[in-house]
Design a protein around this ligand. Structure first.
Ligand SMILES: Nc1ncnc2c1ncn2[C@@H]1O[C@H](COP(=O)(O)OP(=O)(O)OP(=O)(O)O)[C@@H](O)[C@H]1O
Ligand SMILES: Nc1nc2c(c(=O)[nH]1)N=C(CO)CN2
Length: 160
């Protein structure tokens, strides 16, 4: 069994899509541990605010199989892959870490570099695993958050 952390985001029909995503993930992978949900402004493009969270679960799937399974869940929620990379999205699920793997596996870069770049990924990761170490940097997530430039992004916790 591998322990996986994934980030989940939506800025179109976001409450419905996030709730549906969590149901589908639970159905496919069993028990999930969830961070709080955060709202933040769209980073990188001018669009509606996002909801984001991080989920932790166990899986026997390989990295490639997991990536495929997550894409199928994205597709269930009407993900349109034809638009520009930075545009509104019904549902985005990205693998952040898979055990302590470092490198590129079936086209998936691990750990995902958004962990250290975006508060909407790093803060929910800190909520779930403050004392765990980032596999590549060998520094705890709590420490990464301590050094994160908090001016860079405004985000606030929401209840669905
Ligand atoms: N850590 C990762 N998690 C998921 N996909 C990854 C990762 N690293 C690389 N990839 C590759 O990037 C592709 C992402 O495709 P997708 O259609 O989800 O793009 P996107 O969601 O528009 O990009 P992003 O999620 O970065 O905004 C995946 O098929 C995968 O091959
Ligand atoms: N706040 C926020 N901004 C984003 C997000 C996201 O999940 N949250 N995802 C993006 C593309 O993956 C681009 N910008």
């Amino acid at each position: 069994m591998a322990v996986v952390y994934v980030s989940i985001g939506s800025n179109i029909d976001r409450e419905k899509n996030i709730k549906g995503c969590l149901q589908s993930l639970a159905q496919t992978f069993g028990g999930l541990t969830l961070s709080p949900i955060y709202e933040s402004e769209a980073v990188g493009f001018d669009g509606d605010n996002f909801y984001n969270l991080v989920a932790k679960f166990d899986t026997d799937l390989s990295v490639g199989e997991l990536n495929q399974a997550l894409k199928e869940i994205e597709d269930e929620y009407g993900r349109d892959r034809s638009g520009p990379r930075f545009s509104g999205r019904t549902l985005d699920i990205d693998i952040l870490t898979y055990d302590d793997l470092v490198g590129t596996f079936d086209g998936v870069e691990l750990p995902r570099d958004e962990i250290t770049k975006n508060a909407f990924v790093l803060l929910p990761m800190v909520d779930l695993a403050p004392d765990e170490k980032h596999p590549e940097l060998d520094v705890t997530y709590a420490r990464l958050w301590f050094f994160y430039d908090k001016e860079k992004q405004n985000l606030w916790q929401v209840e669905l």
